[in-house]
Design a protein around this ligand. Structure first.
Ligand code: KG4
Ligand code: ZN
Length: 352
């Protein structure tokens, strides 16, 4: 089985071809990603209108390259998958319409993929992994702990009540004058700094419900920055290190609580899976390795290129769904909001 996957929900245009191996698991035949960082950088964040236009300009060439790299024709595919949300509506429509058009032209099944489900299932593309597992999804738009019980079966255990972790990294970077996108810059600065220099809060620590809150921490960073102004490069590094240290503590504590809830309600997870752009942060990866070692839990960390947005995760989710007979009509709508767990209570930030 070979599927083309298309991703355009945020600021990456991506197309990939993934094959289902006869013994199970996936093989990435091609994986084209074009980041729009340069287009958005002058504005310090993603501008939806610019994102949508940039997707339109390159999507057809990118799909052609993904097919060529994989050495397949459209007619060789078994299906076409495209992310139908959640995300920025203009961008989602570009990828969704492209996917539908290709499926129609080639007479192939079409699979509308939930972008969050794709992050959740990527670990089964890269690693031999059985359900159920605990997923920590930490990206620019989402921060959730999810019990993944099967394809299409997700139970949200915890979520952020305000900012996503990646969003907090990006906002801290912006207020410290670091270039966009902020997460990787904060990590680089933090590596040079002293994490013990600034005293910052660890919101939600030890709370029974495994939810997250990041906005108070971000405000505390702002207040410390104002107090230390004008900041030297060493001050910036120290504040980044202190911020990242607080985030690491919060993530480990919330994951520990999420694991406790999982074990009480569902038994033992096969692994802790970490996904989303923030999962490429080395300090967070190291802390979770330590935590899983202590907890006797397998840790699955997809390679950084598959943690950030990509087409392979969309293609793989297409495979997971198509082999269960789950296909979609060409009338499938673009869904700017599309929670993984339809039964989860809506939090006021509207992101979960
Ligand atoms: O999953 P992703 O590529 O896009 C979505 O949000 O869906 O995640 C992007 C987010 C951004 O907020 C970015 O700053 C953050 O992930 N990020 C990082 C790192 N690399 C990316 N945050 C902290 N450390 C990093 N190394
Ligand atoms: Zn994402």
């Amino acid at each position: 089985m070979r599927i083309l996957g298309i991703e355009t929900t945020c600021d990456e245009t991506a197309a990939a071809v993934v094959r289902l191996k006869p013994e199970g698991g996936g093989e990435i035949l091609s994986n084209e990603v074009r980041s729009q960082i340069e287009e958005h950088a002058p504005y310090g964040g993603v501008v939806p209108e610019i994102a949508a236009r940039a997707h339109v300009e390159i999507i057809d060439g990118l799909v052609a390259r993904a097919l060529r790299d994989a050495n397949v024709e459209l007619s060789d595919l078994d299906g076409v998958a495209a992310a139908a949300g959640p995300g920025l509506i203009g961008g989602v429509m570009v990828g969704l319409i492209t996917g539908k058009a290709l499926a129609l032209a080639a007479g192939k099944p079409f699979i509308a993929v939930n972008h969050l489900e794709a992050h959740a299932l990527t670990a089964r593309l890269t690693d031999d992994l059985t359900f159920p597992y605990l997923l920590l999804l930490v990206s620019g738009g989402h921060t959730q702990l999810v019990a993944v019980e099967g394809v299409g079966e997700y139970r949200r255990i915890g979520t952020t009540v305000d900012d996503a972790v990646g969003e907090a990294f990006d906002k801290v970077a912006k207020l410290l004058g670091l270039p966009y996108p902020g997460g990787p810059q904060v990590e680089i600065e933090a590596a040079k700094g002293d994490a013990g220099r600034f005293d910052l809060p660890r919101p939600m620590l030890a709370r029974q419900k495994p939810d997250f809150s990041l906005s108070g921490l971000k405000t505390a960073v702002r207040l410390q920055a104002e107090r230390a102004a004008p900041m030297s490069p060493a001050d910036v590094s120290d504040l980044c290190a202190s911020f990242q240290g607080a985030v690491v503590d919060v993530i480990v504590d919330r994951t520990r609580m999420g694991l406790r809830v999982f074990r009480t309600e569902l038994g033992h997870p096969s692994a802790l899976v970490v996904a989303g752009g923030v999962a490429s942060n080395q300090a967070i990866r190291r802390a979770l390795m330590r935590f899983c070692g202590e907890s006797g839990l397998r840790l699955v960390l997809p390679p950084p290129a598959l943690c950030t947005d990509n087409g392979a995760m969309i293609a793989w989710t297409g495979i997971e769904r198509l082999r269960l007979g789950l296909v979609d009509g060409l009338d499938f709508p673009a869904r700017p909001r599309w929670p993984l767990d339809q039964n989860a209570e809506r939090v006021h930030n509207g992101k979960a």
